[in-house]
Design a protein. Structure first.
Length: 116
């Protein structure tokens, strides 16, 4: 079951990336990427983790995607052959920000150790 769920999540992520970048034709979407998709056990909902290379454009991007999630879900259903297309929920992927914070902390620790 876990393997099937993982395959479905990866397939949804790949198709959503194509839809967002190529099919929506919005300037906001050009530097966007879908990093991860997590579906519920019953496949009724999917949380889509999105990031944008321009950090200032992530909020407008999320508003845009969430306002068009019905259209995006319809496009997704035409690209996928699965029983149920989940309800989409677009959220900011904060993994990059968390990684940057950890890197900053490690650099401070390293610098303080070198100065001793």
């Amino acid at each position: 079951m876990a393997d099937k769920k993982k395959r479905v999540q990866n397939l949804i992520a790949r198709n959503l990336s194509d839809i967002i970048i190529y099919d929506l034709k919005s300037e906001l979407c050009q530097l966007a990427s879908v990093n991860e998709v997590r579906v519920t056990n019953d496949y009724s909902h999917a949380k889509v983790y999105v990031t944008h290379l321009d950090r200032e454009r992530i909020e407008p991007l999320l508003k845009f995607l969430n306002s068009r999630k019905g259209q995006i879900r319809s496009m997704l259903s035409s690209k996928m052959d699965i029983y149920k297309i989940p309800e989409l929920h677009f959220v900011q992927d904060e993994l990059y920000d968390q990684g940057a914070k950890i890197d900053s902390i490690l650099n401070k620790i390293n610098n303080s150790n070198n100065s001793k």
